[in-house]
Write a protein that binds this ligand. Structure first.
Ligand SMILES: [Zn+2]
Length: 283
């Protein structure tokens, strides 16, 4: 692996293999910052093919009530941090959250990598400013937004750290960032998965819904967000599970978090802000 450098901290050797995925892809972890990443990265074209219309089907038809509660909970969390204003959702997917945020009075904008999903978003949330592509390709003026959210989209991006820098620039000084991603320290879920399926919990495949190019731990997520110039307020359990069996396992992991402080849930929610006196776009 000569020439390979950790995308987060730049360290260049002794990467640990977390998973031998579909060839040629592997998931590696950096021995310094513990960031997990797919190597080599799939091309943009290959990823675009994976996010067609069919990708979004389960989001429309399965576990609808639990999904609605999850989005309502996330909106409450956003409003606690930022009650109103201009909201940007990075990777808005099917638009469940964007529609809810627009209904709650936020002035909404969104990015979406998928052509199919972007077209659907324009129909579903007509007043929103929807832009197709990656956040770092957009030209919103610096400091446009009061709050930026990314619900389980950062781990899908080819350039997550460029995206975080773009989120920082898009937020006004004092603005709020909320990011939810899977947690690689989901030890309980991995244990149950192995018991139920007889094999290790999968990290990466181009042929599932979970096309995760980044595998964050609480520490590596914090490092990534701080490196982009944000001040982190909290990293806590995210409520991402909607399937009944997974919800039970994740409730146990949340209980463990309350008792021990160890964040072992399936996903985590980070809240950060851009500092008030950070006027020039770089902390
Ligand atoms: Zn590293």
């Amino acid at each position: 692996m000569s020439g390979l450098a950790c995308p987060l901290c730049g360290h260049g050797e002794d990467f640990r293999e977390l998973e031998a995925s579909e060839p040629p892809y592997r998931v590696l972890a950096c021995p310094v910052c513990d960031y997990g990443f797919v190597h080599p990265l799939p091309s943009r074209e290959r990823l675009a093919r994976a996010y067609g219309e069919a990708y979004y089907e389960p989001w429309r038809n399965e576990d609808v009530a639990a999904r609605r509660r999850m989005w309502a909970w996330r909106l409450r969390r956003v409003r606690e941090a930022c009650p109103s204003g201009r909201l940007l959702e990075v990777g808005a997917g099917d638009g469940d959250f964007l529609e809810l945020a627009a209904g709650a009075g936020f002035e909404t904008a969104a990015t979406e990598f998928s052509d199919a999903a972007a077209a659907n978003l324009r129909r579903r949330v007509p007043g929103a400013d929807i832009r197709q592509g990656e956040i770092e390709e957009m030209d919103w003026p610096a400091g446009t937004f009061d709050v930026v959210v990314a619900w389980h989209s950062l781990e899908h991006m080819r350039r997550p750290f460029a995206a975080l820098a773009a989120m920082h620039a898009a937020l006004r000084p004092g603005g709020v960032l909320m990011i939810a991603v899977p947690n690689r320290h989901n030890h309980l879920m991995r244990l149950f998965y192995r018991l139920a399926r007889g094999r290790a919990y999968p990290l990466f495949s181009l042929h599932t819904k979970e096309i995760h190019l980044s595998h964050f731990t609480p520490a590596s997520l914090r490092r990534a967000v701080e490196q982009a110039g944000f001040a982190v307020r909290a990293i806590e359990p995210d409520r991402a599970m909607v399937e009944p069996a997974k919800r039970v396992i994740d409730a146990l992991a949340r209980l463990g978090y309350r008792l021990s402080g160890h964040l072992g849930t399936e996903a985590m929610l980070l809240t950060a802000h851009r500092s008030e006196d950070d006027k020039d776009g770089k902390a």
